[in-house]
Design a protein around this ligand. Structure first.
Ligand code: FES
Ligand SMILES: [Fe+2]
Length: 437
């Protein structure tokens, strides 16, 4: 790409292919931060991460260091992690409790948990010079913040769609599906998370989440090994193997099965892959979960909740959510070729402990840094990024699979097959919109 300020970002995206610069060019990346990550809503954390007054977690919105915290009155705030005195980070740890007030480690300015200045040592040096109530001397708050069912988002833009409008029905369904599975209608985050730095562009990770062609190829050996172990377990114990094996064995599904899945593209790039795992076995844990939900909602509603069959919801550009297994991965872009992902999971309030164990098994077996599934994927991501860096091997990336065949109804696009590259095209349609406005 020419290194000037006049990149025509719109020309990088065609209906069925995108330019390699979308993934590999630092100027494009900087513009993505400005136009996508600083303009849309970004997930910063869950309310249950900061259960007590004084609790805080640090996180990122693009390159901006942010804090999510709870004040003495119980209110949650999202603040920039910067001291207004001489600019130091206020919180240097990932998380902690600040005992009612933040205290900057450099010159001990103190701030209430809503960011307002609480005290300054040796105030006389400022008398008649500055007003300590000056907004410039408070910790800056995120321009906007909002919460949906306990999931906290912030936007660094004063303008733009409301959180509700931006989430729309597609993205909201991810959080509804998690919370509705709890007999209390709520979930709580499980501390702590795994963090992985991927040597690849943030979009490669999101695209892969809805890429139903690759599992039977990339994860073939993992799936086969798990399927073999299921047989051995059954032979040796005479019992059904734990569900954790099935999570891995599912990667051996034949192509026809992936083909039959739906993908659905919503406005703002949010995209859904329908579910494929049989998560309603007749084991005692599932039955106890059904009973707990039916006791609150009745049989019909219980059945409706547990029949919701969604495997992945991408909340573009910042989240990959797997609601039936209470998994969430947050995307924090660091550079064109470097992405941090935070891997979290949740507990359903009031659900049997076995349901939590199921979520934990998926967390460890499929999403953790140590699983073979993740290693397989990370290797593909790195290989893509390295290939895309080539100057001479070609400029375009193909998104042609089933192009032009996606049924459109209003602002929702579905796919003719689960293996369609419609999800990638949907995300890039949103990318183009963000990047050119
Ligand atoms: S930089 Fe924070 S008190 Fe001086
Ligand atoms: Fe994968």
């Amino acid at each position: 790409m020419p290194k000037d300020q006049n990149i025509d970002f719109g020309s990088l995206v065609e209906p069925e292919r995108v330019h390699k610069a979308c993934y590999a060019d630092e100027e494009v990346f900087e513009h993505e931060l400005k136009n996508i990550f600083y303009k849309s809503w970004i997930y910063v954390g869950h309310e249950s991460q900061v259960p007590n007054p004084g609790d805080y977690w640090t996180t990122w919105i693009g390159k901006e260091r942010m804090i999510i915290c709870r004040d003495e009155g119980g209110e949650v705030h999202v603040l920039y992690n910067r001291c207004p005195h001489r600019g130091a980070l206020i919180c240097n740890n990932h998380h902690g409790n600040s005992n009612k007030a933040f205290r900057c480690a450099y010159h001990a300015w103190q701030f209430n948990m809503d960011g307002s200045l609480r005290n300054v040592p040796m105030k006389q040096g400022y008398e008649g010079i500055i007003d300590l109530k000056d907004p410039q001397l408070q910790m800056k708050r995120a321009e906007r913040q909002g919460t949906y069912r306990g999931f906290v988002f912030a936007s660094l833009s004063e303008e733009g769609p409301s959180l509700d409008e931006w989430l729309g029905t597609g993205a909201r369904a991810a959080f509804d599906d998690i919370c509705n599975r709890s007999p209390e209608g709520e979930c709580e985050i499980v501390m702590n998370c795994f963090r992985i730095i991927q040597n690849s562009n943030w979009k490669i990770f999101l695209e892969n989440q809805l890429d139903a062609v690759h599992p039977s190829i990339t994860h073939h050996s993992t799936g086969d090994a798990a399927a073999d172990m299921q047989k051995v377990y059954k032979q040796e114990t005479g019992e059904e193997p734990p569900l954790g094996y099935q999570f891995l064995a599912d990667f051996t599904l034949p192509y026809e099965k992936w083909d039959s899945l739906d993908t659905i593209g919503y406005p703002y790039g949010h995209t859904v892959l329908a579910g494929y795992m049989g998560l309603r076995p007749r084991d005692p844990v599932t039955v106890a979960h059904e009973e707990a939900l039916a006791a609150v909602h009745g049989e019909e509603r219980m059945d409706e909740i547990l029949s919701t069959n969604v495997h992945h919801v991408l909340v573009y550009p910042c989240l990959s959510v797997q609601p039936p297994l209470q998994q969430l991965r947050a995307v924090r872009p660091l550079a064109a070729n470097k992405t941090l992902t935070e891997i979290w999971h949740f507990r359903l309030k009031g659900a049997p402990e076995g349901i939590y164990e199921r979520s934990l098994a998926y967390y460890y077996h499929v999403n953790s840094p140590s699983t073979m599934v993740n290693a397989d994927d990370l290797n593909n991501f790195r290989a893509c990024q390295d290939g895309l860096a080539s100057e001479g091997a070609g400029d375009w990336v193909s998104l042609h699979r089933n192009a032009g065949q996606d049924p459109v109804e209003g602002d929702v696009t579905t796919s003719v097959t689960g293996m369609s590259e419609q999800p990638m095209r949907n995300m890039f349609a949103a990318w183009k919109e963000y990047m050119t406005n």
